[in-house]
Design a protein around this ligand. Structure first.
Ligand SMILES: O=C(O)CC1=CCC(=O)O1
Length: 252
C-alpha cells in the first residue's frame, strides 16, 4: 500500500484522508497549504489506485475497509479524524462499524451511505469493460468539476483526467463493484463521534440533497455546502474545505 505520513501518528490533530474512485492521494495535496502546521496527515492510495497494488484479484468494500484498519494499526495510530471523499467516505463509514475505537472525529466529503444505484454501477462496469477508462473520462470530469473549472483551469483538468485514465482498470472496476454492493444506511445512525458532512453545490456524483439526507441519519452531524464546487472540493475549493475542516477540528 502506498502511503505517506506527514507528522506524528500519535498527534491528536491527525487527519487520515481516503481518496475517491479514479483518483489517488494527490487530490488532497492542494489542501495542505491551507491546513495549519499543527495538523498531522496520513495519505494513502486505496487498493487498486495510484501506486497501491492489490488489484490482481477482485476486491470489495470489506478489503477496502480492512486495508485502512491495517494501515492504521501498522503505523501505531490509536485515534484520528478520518476524512473520506466519495467511496473514501464509504470506507470511513465501514471503518466506523469495524473499528470505532480508531475515531476521534469524522469528515464525510461528497459522499453518502449509498452512492448511485446497483443498475448505474452495472452500466458503468459494462461500459468500461468494453471501452476502457478513456470511454468514461469525459463524463467523470463533468461530475468531478464545475463548468467554471473546465473553462478557467483547463490544464489542471487535463492532469486530473490523466490521473483517472491511468488508474488500473481492474482496480477501478473492483471499486465500482464495491460501490454497487454497498449501502451503509444502517451504520450512520450508530455514529457517535462528531461528524461534519460537506458537499460541493454542483456535485454531479453525490448531489447536495443526497449528502444532506445521509448527514441527517447521523446524530448531531453538521452539514455544509461549498459554493462554486463540484465533486472534488479538495481540488476545486481547497481554502473553503480547509477552513471548514480546521474549524471542526478546533471544536470540542
Ligand atoms: O462518479 C464518479 O466518477 C465519482 C465517484 C463516484 C464514487 C466515487 O468515489 O467517485
Amino acid at each position: 500500500m502506498h502511503y505517506e505520513l506527514i507528522g506524528e501518528a500519535k498527534s491528536k490533530n491527525l487527519i487520515v484522508f481516503s481518496n475517491g474512485l479514479g483518483t489517488d492521494f494527490r487530490i488532497w495535496l492542494p489542501l495542505f497549504d491551507e491546513l495549519g502546521e499543527d495538523v498531522s496527515v496520513l495519505l494513502y492510495d486505496s487498493r487498486g489506485h495510484g501506486l497501491s497494488g492489490g488489484a490482481d484479484a477482485a476486491f470489495g468494500m470489506d478489503e477496502l475497509v480492512t486495508d485502512l484498519a491495517s494501515l492504521c494499526d501498522e503505523l501505531g495510530i490509536r485515534k484520528a479524524t478520518f476524512c473520506g471523499l466519495s467511496v473514501g467516505g464509504l470506507v470511513c463509514q465501514g471503518l466506523w462499524k469495524a473499528r470505532p475505537d480508531l475515531f476521534r472525529k469524522l469528515v464525510l466529503c461528497d459522499t453518502a451511505p449509498q452512492i448511485g444505484s446497483p443498475a448505474i454501477w452495472g452500466e458503468r462496469i459494462a461500459g468500461i469493460e468494453k471501452g476502457g477508462l478513456e470511454s468514461a473520462a469525459d463524463n467523470a470530469m463533468a461530475r468531478w468539476f464545475t463548468p467554471g473549472f473546465h473553462e478557467d483551469r483547463a490544464d489542471e483538468l487535463a492532469g486530473y483526467r490523466l490521473m483517472m485514465t491511468r488508474q488500473s482498470v481492474a482496480g477501478y472496476l473492483s471499486t465500482c463493484a464495491a460501490l454497487r454492493d454497498t449501502d451503509f444506511s444502517e451504520i450512520l445512525p450508530t455514529i457517535t463521534v462528531p461528524t461534519l458532512a460537506i458537499v460541493g453545490d454542483q456535485d454531479g456524483s453525490t448531489p447536495p440533497e443526497t449528502v444532506k439526507k445521509g448527514a441527517e441519519l447521523i446524530p448531531g452531524a453538521r452539514f455544509e455546502i461549498i459554493e462554486d464546487c463540484a465533486h472534488l472540493p479538495c481540488i476545486e475549493q481547497p481554502e473553503a474545505l480547509a477552513e471548514m475542516i480546521q474549524g471542526f477540528m478546533r471544536q470540542n
